[in-house]
Design a protein around this ligand. Structure first.
Ligand code: SAM
Length: 326
């Protein structure tokens, strides 16, 4: 699929639920959010039809996300069904890792290629302060299990905040000395106007880089398509790599190859764009697959040239990542 700016769209982020077993304070309020009514969430057979249609149109990689994807019942067999589609898309998963240890082996056997684990701190008391839950040990066990079963390379995603985990940047980076992991620092995106977090709370990637340089020589690695928008580095002698992702300030919209499908069947061409296309009605009114394909193509056509989040008049309605499939 080509959009009107000549970009090839081959990457689908698929949110399978808006529910989560953590309450990360920058992502959702403590009391949680009113979840989607059960009937609004697409059933697995509906999601499968959507992905099958998208793959026929040229999607090559599907990232399963949420909410927390591993809280949805029977997620492992759904992932198996995705991996078994005739086009054999690459299936990856973004998870907070809480339930990863118990599912890692079955996920690998089902055909999952690899996992991204979101982990913003390695200190138990901070983990609780941020997520309002205990469970750091579970997450670490999940990462270990994923490594053991070969869900590689493991990518750890960290959002650095000025007053929260800035002093752990070097600790996370040091993990790459021992492990062949991609440790990726991702710029905080101030997209939820109803939370207490603003752009000033996120640490800039320049600041992250400055802290990394205190660890010694940081070799910039050549650009690889598989790294997406990350600038990749390696510490001298390290087994793993370090990625810096300036999601907001960096402008990689020109290379954006993504489409997002939310758990209720809305499609977005850009996380920061209000324009949405709906698949649910077509899925439930007996439309055939050509209609689904047409709707996906319309969504690709509506994909904006670039995001507007840096513009002064950008408005931030309630758009938490967990509902959109961050
Ligand atoms: N529950 C899964 C997880 O934790 O990876 C998948 C969904 S979660 C919304 C996906 C990612 O979005 C997490 O890494 C989280 O840190 C990130 N995220 C949430 N809100 C964000 C924000 N405002 N800016 C940048 N990343 C955000």
């Amino acid at each position: 699929m080509q959009d009107q700016f000549g970009r090839t769209i081959e990457y689908l982020r698929l949110s399978v639920t808006d529910r989560c077993n953590l309450r990360c304070r920058y992502c959702m309020p403590e009391e949680g959010v009113a979840g989607l009514p059960h009937g609004d969430v697409l059933r697995y057979e509906e999601l499968l039809r959507v992905v099958a249609a998208a793959c026929r149109l040229g999607i090559r990689k599907v990232r399963v996300t949420g909410g927390e994807p591993l809280v949805r019942r029977d997620i492992v067999s759904f992932i198996g069904q995705l991996a078994a589609l005739p086009e054999k898309p690459e299936i990856t998963l973004t998870t907070n890792g809480m339930l990863l240890a118990e599912h890692a082996e079955a996920l690998k056997a089902a055909g999952l290629s690899r996992v991204n684990v979101s982990l913003d701190t390695m200190r138990p008391e901070r983990f609780k302060e941020l997520t309002l839950r205990t469970g750091l040990e579970q997450v670490l066990a999940g990462i270990e299990a994923a490594e053991k079963v070969g869900l590689l390379p493991i990518k750890l995603n960290i959002i650095p905040f000025v007053d929260f985990n800035a002093d752990e940047i070097v600790d996370f980076a040091r993990l790459t000395l021992e492990h062949p992991w991609d440790v990726r620092f991702i710029e905080f995106m101030p997209i939820s106007s109803d939370l207490d977090y603003a752009s000033r709370d996120g640490l800039s990637m320049e600041e992250v880089e400055a802290r990394l340089r205190t660890l010694g020589e940081l070799e910039a690695l050549p650009y690889q398509k598989t790294s997406g928008p990350a600038h990749m580095y390696r510490l001298r002698g390290a087994k793993g790599r370090i990625g810096l992702i300036p999601s907001v300030s960096g402008h990689f919209c020109g290379d954006c190859n993504r489409l997002r499908v939310m758990a209720d069947g809305r499609i977005r061409g850009c996380l920061f764009d209000n324009h949405e296309t709906d698949l649910k009605a077509a899925l439930r009114n007996g439309s055939d697959d050509t209609v689904l394909e047409q709707i996906l193509l319309e969504a690709v056509c509506a994909k904006p040239e670039k995001h507007q989040i840096n513009e002064e008049d950008f408005t931030t309605p309630s758009r938490r990542m967990h509902g959109i499939g961050g």
